[in-house]
Write a protein that binds this ligand. Sequence first.
Ligand code: AMP
Ligand code: MG
Length: 323
Amino acid sequence: MICLGIEATAHTFGVGIVSDKGGVLADARDVFRPKAGWGLIPIEVASHHKEVWQDVLNSALERAKLSLKDIGLIAFSQGPGLPPCLKVGLEVAKKLSSENKIPIIPVNHCIGHIEIGKLQAGLEDPVTLYVSGGNTQVISLIDDYYRVFGETQDIGIGNALDKFGRETGLDFPAGPKIESLAKKGKYIELPYVVKGMDLSFSGIVTEALRKSKNGIPLEDLCFSLQETMFAMLTEVTERALAHVGKNEVMLTGGVAANHRLGEMLDVMCRERGARFRCVQKEYSGDNGSMIGLVGMLMYKSGNIPKDIDIKPRQRTDDVEVTW
Ligand code: AMP
Ligand code: MG
């Protein structure tokens, strides 16, 4: 069977084509870039997706050397995400489904990241640290649900980095720029905010911006933001690992591209005798293949939800893992 997955939760419109035999056959995407100094304005991102969806779809089909006639299932990301963007994904999925008489299946975006990550990284049952623009969660599979062991109580770590960058004149996305500036910085104390197993980032950004206005060099703030926030993530991941008694850690999401974060987690895992894997960049960011993969897993296990709609606030632990 061949499944076409559609991703449209935020900045990326992605189409992935996966087969139950050959894995990912093609993956195409187009990422919205906001104007300098602006964040993601949901309505603008949705217009972008409406403009590009057909081209992204065509290029995925071309790369896979397939046509819609070959597709047996259409999966789309139903949440969590920005409602106007999610609606574009839903509408494209419904249109393709009704015009070509292909069944349709709704998929949780975060579970998409976890399943494609496991496939790519060759892990079986990891504790996952999922760090992206909008999401920050420590997740592991227990009794048929991907349980959230710790998460942000305010903004995702990527958004926190991007917000700091926006206010200090760094282009979007700021994460990579902060990483390179951090190489020249030294440590300045910032608030370290772990509450039980949960995290909070927005106050740290506020304090870093206050220090920036008071003349603390940008390099030092970038270094200290990374050291502080990544240590918080590593602490919570370690505690989750100890609690569930597993021996694999997987890092995924857009912020997984950061070498310093990978290094801290790697050291923690070595000290505990656990395996650490970072999902390769191609599949750690948002993509359609991860949606197609989970759609196929759900379908084959007979998990075919009747409710074909977006769920902007759907949680990772709302979805039963039936595969
Ligand atoms: P995603 O939402 O998964 O597509 O991830 C996008 C987020 O990843 C943005 O907030 C980026 O700033 C962040 N990001 C990308 N590369 C890096 C990096 N090298 N270090 C830190 N954050 C990064
Ligand atoms: Mg994501």
